[in-house]
Write a protein that binds this ligand. Structure first.
Ligand SMILES: O=C(O)CNC(=O)[C@H](CS)NC(=O)CCC(=O)C(=O)O
Length: 277
């Protein structure tokens, strides 16, 4: 099975972003791809909360989800929208991923669990939790012969999420993202390869990249990684574009046979020994 990740520099114009996804889906389908992932906030990369609130009416969301479902169906591929902001019902938004089947059915959604409240050097403080409500449910879902574990961006720093997904039989971890440039340079490849190695799973990470209409800079470097931690495909730099790789399912079996970390895992007690000297 061939899979693809689309690197984007999403703007504030939903139509523009959806068109870019449609074009990429066509290009991917013509190369035999059956799963395409787009980055976090690929449908609208907003500048202000008010913009999202104004846009996120039931009608606009319904219309957009229908357009995305049509893209999946017209190109007969699984379309995984890394995320899009939707009202959560309590005044905050959810940072929600959508997975469509090749028939255009909505298979599942996933709400980002770990929100980015962090202080990155050179940037204003990020306080995603001011506007977003965290999800409380991890999701694994079959995608053809694969079992996809869903996550979003900052989730990648929480290894126990992927351990849980792995225990629930996930063998491909999805990490659509919009990483900052400084944290991307320091951590992106390392974190994603670690998640692949720890879980003996493929990792697919479609990234936002470049300078966005809203003024933000994102790191790019979309990646597809195999269960041994080898990089199968990378979108070098931050330009938009598609990366494609064939997934050999035997590599999952092989990595897990050589390093059966799930079977070798131990329970332990923890003591903290405080010396009084
Ligand atoms: O809010 C939007 O418009 C798009 N979403 C994002 O940019 C999100 C939340 S601010 N970014 C991250 O989670 C970056 C994580 C990261 O960079 C790290 O873990 O180092």
């Amino acid at each position: 099975m061939k899979i693809a990740a689309l690197q984007m520099c999403s703007s504030m114009q939903v139509n523009e972003n959806v068109d870019a996804i449609a074009m990429a889906a066509q290009a991917a389908a013509s190369q035999g791809v059956s799963y395409l992932q787009t980055p976090e906030m690929s449908v609208m990369f907003a500048e202000k909360r008010t913009q999202l609130d104004e846009w996120a009416t039931d009608e606009n969301i319904e219309h957009t989800l229908k357009a995305l479902a049509d893209i999946a169906r017209n190109n007969a591929l699984y379309l995984h929208i890394g995320s899009m902001a939707v009202p959560s019902g309590d005044g905050r938004l959810y940072n929600r991923a959508f997975l469509f089947s090749p028939n255009g059915e909505l298979i599942t959604t996933y709400d980002k669990i770990h929100l980015f409240d962090a202080d990155v050097e050179g940037d204003a403080p990020y306080r995603e939790s001011d506007n977003y409500r965290p999800g409380e449910e991890a999701i694994v879902t079959p995608v053809g012969d694969l079992n996809l574990g869903l996550s979003i961006c900052y989730d990648v720093r929480f290894a126990h999420l992927y351990a849980a997904l792995r225990e629930a039989e996930a063998n491909v971890m999805a990490v659509p993202a919009a990483f900052t440039v400084p944290t991307g340079e320091a951590h992106w490849h390392c974190l994603l390869r670690a998640r692949a190695i720890e879980t003996g799973s493929f990792v697919v990470a479609a990234a936002q990249g470049g300078t966005h209409e809203n003024g933000r800079h994102t790191y790019g470097h979309s990646l597809i990684i195999d269960p041994w931690g080898r990089i199968l495909a990378e979108k070098a730099g931050n330009e938009p574009g598609l990366i494609i790789a064939p997934l050999d399912l035997d590599l999952i079996k092989e990595a897990r046979m050589r390093l059966p970390t799930l079977a070798n895992r131990r329970e332990f007690s923890l003591s903290v020994n405080r010396h009084m000297s």
